[in-house]
Ligand binder design. Structure first.
Ligand code: F6P
Length: 456
């Protein structure tokens, strides 16, 4: 194996450069050239095929910094259409012209679908990434639980779960790079909103990302929100109102964390009242937190605020905030850098060992800690070939208390107990208020990398 390609597809995460860095380091050791394809699959379909050699003479280019968020080779939500013969022909031609012996795709489920077709032309391996932490399985065989009513067309639906509890060592892909940093950002925001909620006796509803999976919302538990709502468990307005009233009565402020894809009891996504879609066809959520605020404005008794907000309307006690794209950006914390660099390196090893259509994975066990392994991409597919986002298993969430369960705590601890490195804190002290930031213009990686771009 002399030359491989690498691309980053889908929404960015803070740990993409770290994954690329890990792959390039391992490739340097194995004397393999690494070509970065620009803007994900879009670059591969572009007639000019913009690309960058990431390790001339087997040493990484200086722009490749594992501590910097985003991706120096750019990303897009353009995916290879696996039903399009033309797409595959074009991509195949470009890969051949670039003389690639293998390809590493850094992405999530949408990326695997494109990769599967390419894997028929050249060896392809996926290095996982997603802040949503939804690429993986709660246990092997989980995709077989999806069903389609007999004779019915359309997407499969989740059937009865075969396991009512989880063994942490069975989880395939314990955590995906980007997740830990997203939680790190969310926790700080929730913690800061709490003091305002306390001072002004308010109810704060904080919306976090996670389309179909509530992992980021669960991770927010470190900031001790009073209530956590996740997409996997429908919100019962009556239960929510009771819980909020009880907590407000006790402490005169409430902090609620809500995953953006949260649903009502009718299964409707609360944040997608007027659904808009991104180029990949995913629903863009407009406001789950606003929907929860609206729900509580209707249901909470004005008497609740008599003592604390006598001179202000009760409804002004409620406010919503989205953490938004800050969850996806900026410097990755230590845990993500560690997992991402190792997974990038593992992806190169898998290609060098002759694997294709394979996924590098992060595994955990109490005895061995974190280890890096792999599974065939097809093991994530249900009987109809669909890959479903990994959901928060019911045993990780206590639906009655609307909180993390005790097993949920056990799940989070290995990731977060040492997730923040001393340098992550030192960086804030040293670099954020560096006086040079005032006088120097921001130096964008996009301009730096432009000088290195080659075209076919
Ligand atoms: O899939 C990752 C994700 O961060 C989701 O949590 C979120 O819904 C979405 O991407 C936002 O994507 P966009 O970049 O299109 O706003």
């Amino acid at each position: 194996m002399k030359r491989i390609g690498i691309l980053t597809a889908g929404g960015d995460t803070p740990a993409l450069n770290a994954t690329i860095y890990g792959a390039v380091q391992r490739a340097n050791a194995l004397k393999i050239e690494v070509v970065g394809l620009l803007r994900g699959y879009a670059g591969l379909l572009d007639p000019q095929v913009p690309h960058v050699l990431l390790n001339p003479l087997y040493s990484s280019i200086p722009e490749l910094d594992p501590c910097k968020g985003g991706t120096l080779i750019g990303s897009s939500r353009t995916y290879l259409d696996h039903n399009s013969h033309e797409h595959l022909q074009v991509a195949g031609r470009h890969v051949a012209k670039l003389q690639l012996d293998g390809l590493i795709c850094i992405g999530g489920d949408g990326t695997i679908n494109g990769m599967q077709q390419l894997a028929e032309m050249l060896p392809c391996v996926l290095a996982p990434k997603t802040i949503d932490n939804d690429l993986g399985l709660n246990y092997p065989g989980e995709p077989d639980e999806w069903q389609r009513p007999q004779g019915a067309e359309g997407p499969s639906v989740r059937g009865v779960r075969s396991r009512d509890t989880l063994r942490l060592e069975d989880i395939i892909n314990y955590a995906t790079p980007g997740f830990a940093t997203a939680v790190f950002v969310v926790v700080q925001m929730v913690e800061r909103l709490r003091t305002t909620a306390e001072s002004h006796h308010r109810i704060a509803v904080v919306e976090v990302m996670g389309r179909q999976s509530g992992y980021i919302a669960l991770g927010a538990a470190y900031a001790q929100p009073d209530i956590i709502l996740i997409p996997e468990v429908p919100v019962d307005p009556h239960q929510l109102t009771q819980q909020v009233s009880r907590i407000y009565d006790q402490q005169q402020n409430v902090v609620i964390v809500v995953g953006e894809g949260v649903r009502g009891v009718d299964g409707r996504e609360l944040g997608a009242a007027e659904p808009a879609f991104d180029p990949a066809g995913n629903v863009k959520y407009a406001g789950a937190a606003d929907a929860i605020v609206g729900m509580l404005e209707q249901s909470l008794s004005p008497d609740l605020f008599l003592e604390t907000r006598r001179f202000e309307p009760g409804s002004s006690a409620l406010f919503s905030r989205k953490v938004g794209h800050t969850q996806r950006g900026g410097r990755p914390i230590l845990f993500d850098r560690f997992a991402a660099t190792q997974l990038g390196g593992k992806a190169v090893e898998l290609l060098a060992a002759g694997y294709s259509n394979e996924i590098a994975t992060l595994q955990y066990s109490a005895t061995d800690g974190f280890t890096f392994r792999s599974i065939a991409a097809n093991r994530l597919r249900d009987r109809w070939g669909e890959i479903h986002p990994r959901e928060v298993h019911p045993s990780l969430y206590d639906a009655g208390r609307m909180q993390l369960s005790s097993l949920g705590m056990e799940y989070l601890k290995p990731i977060f107990t040492r997730a923040v490195g001393a340098d992550d804190v030192e960086y804030m002290r040293r670099e954020v208020f560096d006086a040079g930031c005032l006088s120097n213009r921001y130096q964008s990686i996009n301009s730096d990398i432009r000088r290195r771009i080659r075209y076919l």
